[in-house]
Ligand binder design. Structure first.
Ligand SMILES: [Ca+2]
Ligand SMILES: [Ca+2]
Length: 243
């Protein structure tokens, strides 16, 4: 969706037109809103020529949350998106991190095109997460967590010892960021240390940080891809002694 730039008519000010009364907030609130139930708030297959609408069954507009009887089914090519097909093919995504203890491998349909790069959704059957993985480290959760990383680790550190994270970072997170003091930091970093090298890299830190921003995102946080913030070479770096 490119933050709405690819659907400008959907978000055009209602005082300037009479076909849409939608905002980005309404569009992304996971329910059908009357103002967004129009052809201009339908979605097109990524990189298509804006001719192939995609749908989830009868749901076509408002990020696949509204059924719009005015849009003929032959216009909405319903074969382009099939939730079941997406679920069963998503674990084959080549972008999922290999060799780690736990990662959610099934792409949920509401993750597709939601503005966050989801590695599990990067297969054709899940529409390659629409444009989400081309958005970069923009104004979203990735950037928020990256700013916290910069605050604690600085710009040239890509791994922090688990003990140091709990000893030095955790008290600051509790007192200044409002993190729940009853959470056991030692257990948290053990769970987040996917590659079990006893250090926390930025990819692992993302899982911790995203959950603090939105506790509902426990599954999603294990496969969200924020590599654009630090660069792929540093994103999931294994700790090497004396590096
Ligand atoms: Ca996504
Ligand atoms: Ca680690």
């Amino acid at each position: 969706m490119d933050g709405g730039d690819c659907a400008q008519l959907c978000f055009a000010p209602p005082e300037s037109q009479n076909f849409s009364n939608c905002t980005w907030e309404l569009y992304t609130n996971d329910v059908c809103d009357e103002g967004c139930n129009n052809i201009y708030c339908a979605s097109y297959k990524y990189a298509s020529e804006f001719t192939n609408l995609f749908s989830h069954g009868e749901y076509i507009t408002d990020l696949l949350h509204c059924a719009n009887p005015d849009i003929p089914q032959e216009v909405a090519n319903i074969s382009l998106f099939d939730q079941f097909n997406c679920l069963i093919h998503s674990p084959q995504s080549m972008y999922l991190t290999k060799g780690i203890k736990y990662q959610e491998k099934q792409c949920q349909d509401w993750w597709i095109g939601d503005g966050y790069c989801d590695d599990s959704c990067r297969v054709d059957e899940c529409l390659n997460d629409l444009n989400d993985c081309n958005l970069g480290c923009q104004d979203d959760i990735c950037l928020q967590v990256y700013q916290a990383w910069l605050y604690f680790a600085g710009t040239t550190t890509y791994n922090v010892n688990r003990t140091i994270a709990c000893r030095d970072w955790w008290p600051v997170a509790v007192s200044f960021l409002g993190v729940n003091a009853s959470i056991n930091c030692n257990q948290l970093v053990i769970n987040a240390d996917f590659n079990q090298d006893e250090y926390i890299n930025f990819r692992e830190f993302i899982m911790i940080g995203v959950q603090f921003v939105d506790p509902q995102w426990e599954q999603k946080s294990t496969q969200i891809n924020c590599s654009s913030c630090v660069g792929m070479e540093h994103y999931n770096q294994i700790y090497v002694p004396n590096q």
